[in-house]
Design a protein around this ligand. Structure first.
Ligand SMILES: *Cc1c(COP(=O)(O)O)cnc(C)c1O
Length: 396
């Protein structure tokens, strides 16, 4: 049985060209970039070349604005705790949204519990969009940071980032965005966006797991999380992960080169998927904004049944999808994203996220559209909720 992966928002496979670019840095060029000898000089050059490439791809002013981290989670923690710790003498306030990834929500919770930092979690509308007016209204004289994600990982909804950045700038407040789901899918220009801090993760764009970047706009003061050597200009101690850094730069380069064609191709596949589901299955609902959305992401509620059940059946047929976030699956907690969007619990329970990517083909979608209606029908036939629904229809 051919296995079909539709969970690219959880992680992606390493691109063969990325792996090729990385390989020499495991075995042949292994010097510590901080060493002064020629072994060190070779790898230092590789790291600085990668930094420059990534800076260019993000539209950063200066390569020194790119700081390598171990993952998207670290980048988010660094941005949020870094700003809070730098303002520890004030009793400070952070604005974020209710639909952020846990890698933003948890550091905020931590700061509020341990350090008494005041955090505002902004609501979203039914499409998952933050209202910039809400951002404006929540600002107090204590606000030091606004952190709003660029695109949501569960539903793909894109936020009005430029508008929010403008508000932040007017009030002289640092603006961070978790752009982990966006990098590689939409062109990013940090200057045009107006962000001060932006998080990236390698494994969401065909680089390996365990490498990330925090873009830090020149002049932004951040307290470091890791103390040790003077790596990354004293912002992040720890010997640079040279092969992974080289791989991330390569992945960014490939993504930018193919972005338009890849996006068009994937969007067509998603449209086919959603059209097919809406035609073949009744009582379904697409979650997230219809237009302002990542072209690869489709979050769908199948009423009267459990998303987990659908996933298990799909898995038996070789399909990998997910209910919301990979980090919360298995907990059976309803998605905090769908809840914040006002999706009622019974529809949240029945939601499945399909996220398409580089290796998704039209055949894959055809096969899914053949199998999924049968799965839904079988699960509904066993669902007491479905039985009630059918009975009430007969009564009406
Ligand atoms: C995956 C993801 C993260 C976490 O990145 P890691 O590199 O896995 O730590 C953060 N934010 C969003 C939106 C993500 O999708």
């Amino acid at each position: 049985m051919k296995k079909i992966y539709l969970d690219y928002n959880a992680t992606t496979p390493v691109h063969p060209e990325v792996l090729d670019a990385m390989m020499p840095y495991f075995k042949d060029f292994y010097g510590n970039p901080s060493s002064v000898h020629s072994f060190g000089q070779e790898t230092r050059k590789a790291v600085e070349d990668a930094r420059e490439k990534i800076a260019n791809l993000l539209g950063a002013e200066n390569p020194s604005e790119i700081v390598f981290t171990s993952c998207g989670t670290e980048s988010n923690n660094f941005a949020i705790k870094g700003i809070a710790f730098d303002n520890k003498d004030k009793n400070c306030h952070i604005i974020t949204s209710a639909i952020e990834h846990h890698a933003v929500l948890k550091p905020c919770e931590y700061l509020s519990k341990k350090f008494g930092v005041d955090v505002t979690y902004l609501p979203v509308d039914k499409c998952g969009i933050v209202n910039p007016d809400d951002v404006k209204k929540s600002i107090t004289e204590k606000t030091v940071l606004i952190s709003i994600m660029y695109a949501n990982n569960e539903v793909g909804t894109l936020q009005p980032l430029e508008e929010i950045a403008k508000i932040a700038k007017e009030k002289n407040i640092i603006f961070h965005t978790d752009a982990v789901q966006v990098v590689g899918k939409i062109p990013i220009d940090v200057k045009k966006l107006g962000v001060d801090l932006l998080s990236i993760s390698g494994h969401k764009l065909y680089a390996p797991k365990g490498i990330g970047v925090l873009y830090i706009k020149k002049g932004t003061k951040l307290h470091p999380l890791l103390h040790g050597g003077s790596h990354e200009k004293n912002r992040r101690a720890g010997t640079e992960n040279v092969p992974y850094i080289v791989g991330l730069a390569k992945a960014c380069e490939i993504a930018l080169k193919n972005m338009k064609d890849e996006n068009d191709r994937i969007l067509k596949l998603r449209q086919k998927l959603e059209k097919g589901i809406l035609e073949k299955i009744e009582y379904v609902q697409i979650n997230g904004h219809i237009m302002k959305r990542l072209s690869n992401t489709s979050n769908i509620s199948f009423n009267f049944i459990e998303g987990e059940g659908i996933l298990m059946s799909l898995d038996l047929d070789g399909f990998a999808a997910s209910t919301g976030s990979a980090c919360t699956s298995g907990t059976l907690e309803p998605s905090h994203v769908l809840s914040a969007m006002g999706v009622p619990p019974e529809k949240t329970q029945g939601s499945v996220r399909f996220s398409l990517g580089h290796y998704t083909t039209e055949k894959d979608i055809d096969k899914l559209l053949e199998i999924l209606p049968k799965i839904v029908e079988r699960l509904r036939s066993m669902s007491p909720l479905w039985e009630d629904k059918k009975r009430s229809e007969i009564r009406d």
